[in-house]
Design a protein around this ligand. Structure first.
Ligand code: APR
Ligand code: PHB
Length: 399
């Protein structure tokens, strides 16, 4: 693919954030180039999150990239919490005035967005790794990148750092200009994708005394399940037979887990991380480049979508009428939904996981009782889970 030497918005990273931003800009007539370090096959196969908030689904529908999502996405009207051998349902439409969630793998969203960009002549350059940013505090920033053994320079009006937690864009901000807020939890998840019937028709969150387990899915024949493990645990300690036995033990009589061939497995740390501000000069950070949530609340992908909708709107205004007002408040606007998501993810993480602390355990049990029996806390869970405080805010504006 021919990569031009200059563009309006240079985007680093072809995850959901970078790809959706490029698509939203194109719909407003704004040119962009997406630079992605990995291959197309790699980003299309990489297994990540899988829950779309109602607002995220609606945004993808409104901008014309949801044809397959409509067909293959699994619409859920709630989740189940397994407690003492029984399933307690949290009914989303009843508690939120009609909202639902959609289970659809993040890599499927990525495939759909890549196809849409390429079909309309967009530039998404794979195996093009950004190595540094230049002059982001000037009107002429640039991205230096390596592709096909050559080091090249992409001049732009603006740089969007959508390069995930391990990317390089965040480093372009002088240390004194950024504040980091972070928390590492003494928890990790062992996740598996298995060819078998999911444990239940909706997700089951199972906070058992032996540790948390989550039962999700990708299709009626693909289960996606997780086990709480220690942060230093290793896959070698978990032969298939132990994984299946532990999943069944942690959900108890509330569901029957059917073992099947395990197609993919990995261990993920639980971490919260936010940088403030999310902008510096003409550099704007979006998605995991600016913030990480522990996976328990299923917020990561949705926060990334909310960020780029805010950014696309701000850039649209700038190119349409020369006003930088929405760009100036980008970080402030995003941090409102980011901290709502951070709080929910932290709360779900504390609520669901077993820790070696008797006082914390009793508090957790008291709160689980409330969530499963009292409308105030179940409504809090439902509203945040469907995204009434994050991407749902931005559905009204999509180009
Ligand atoms: N140059 C080019 N691309 C890079 C570079 C670099 N130097 N560094 C990282 N990348 C690419 C990665 O290979 C990846 O494809 O940036 C992309 C970032 O994508 P994601 O990590 O998916 O981040 P984001 O688009 O913000 O999406 C957030 O990802 O981790 C999940 O839970 C998270 O679901 C959420 C979503
Ligand atoms: C998933 O299906 O991968 C999933 C679902 C819910 C979560 C986290 C991950 O909270």
């Amino acid at each position: 693919m021919e990569i031009p030497d200059r563009t309006q918005v240079g985007i680093v990273g072809a995850g959901p954030a970078g790809l959706l931003l490029s698509h939203l800009l194109a719909r407003q007539g704004i040119a962009s180039v997406v630079l992605e370090a990995r291959s197309r096959a790699y980003v299309e196969q990489r297994i990540r999150a899988g829950v779309l908030e109602d607002g995220t689904r609606q945004i993808l529908e409104r901008v014309g990239v949801a044809e397959r999502l409509r067909r293959e996405g699994l619409r859920h009207g709630g989740i189940a919490i397994a407690l003492n051998g029984a399933l307690h349902r949290v009914d989303f439409p009843a508690l939120t005035g009609g909202h639902t969630i959609t289970v659809y793998g993040q890599q499927e969203v990525v495939k759909d967005l890549i196809a849409a960009r390429l079909a309309s002549g967009g530039t998404v350059a794979f195996e093009a790794e950004a190595v540094s940013l230049q002059e982001v505090d000037s009107p002429r920033p640039a991205i230096v990148y390596r592709a096909g053994g050559e080091v090249r320079r992409l001049a732009c009006d603006f740089v969007a750092g959508c390069d995930g937690f391990h990317g390089i864009c965040r480093e372009a901000v002088p240390a004194g200009a950024l504040t980091v807020f972070a928390r590492d939890y003494p928890l990790a998840w062992l996740g598996i994708l298995a060819r078998t019937r999911p444990a239940h028709q909706e997700l089951i969150y199972s906070p058992s005394p032996e540790g948390f387990a989550l039962f999700s899915m990708r299709s009626p024949t693909l289960a996606r399940n997780y086990l709480q493990v220690a942060p230093d645990d290793r896959l070698e300690n978990w032969p298939d037979e132990r994984i299946w036995r532990e999943l069944q033990r942690r959900v108890g009589r509330a569901a029957t887990v059917e073992p099947g061939p395990i197609l993919e497995r990995g261990i993920t740390q639980m971490r919260s991380f936010v940088v403030e501000p999310m902008q510096y000069g003409r550099l704007f950070l979006a998605g995991d480049a600016a913030h990480i949530v522990p996976a328990t609340g299923a917020k990561g992908l949705n926060l990334a979508v909310a960020d780029v909708v805010v950014l696309a709107r701000a850039l649209g205004r700038y190119y349409r009428d020369g006003s930088a007002d929405l760009l100036a408040t980008y970080s402030e606007t995003c941090l409102r939904h980011v901290w709502q998501g951070e709080h929910f993810a932290w709360w779900m993480t504390v609520l669901m996981h077993t820790v070696d602390d008797p006082f914390a355990t009793r508090l957790r049990q008291a709160q689980l009782h409330q969530v499963t029996s009292h409308p105030t806390l179940s409504r809090y869970l439902a509203e945040h889970y469907v995204g009434m405080h994050t991407s749902g805010l931005y559905v009204e504006w999509v180009p």
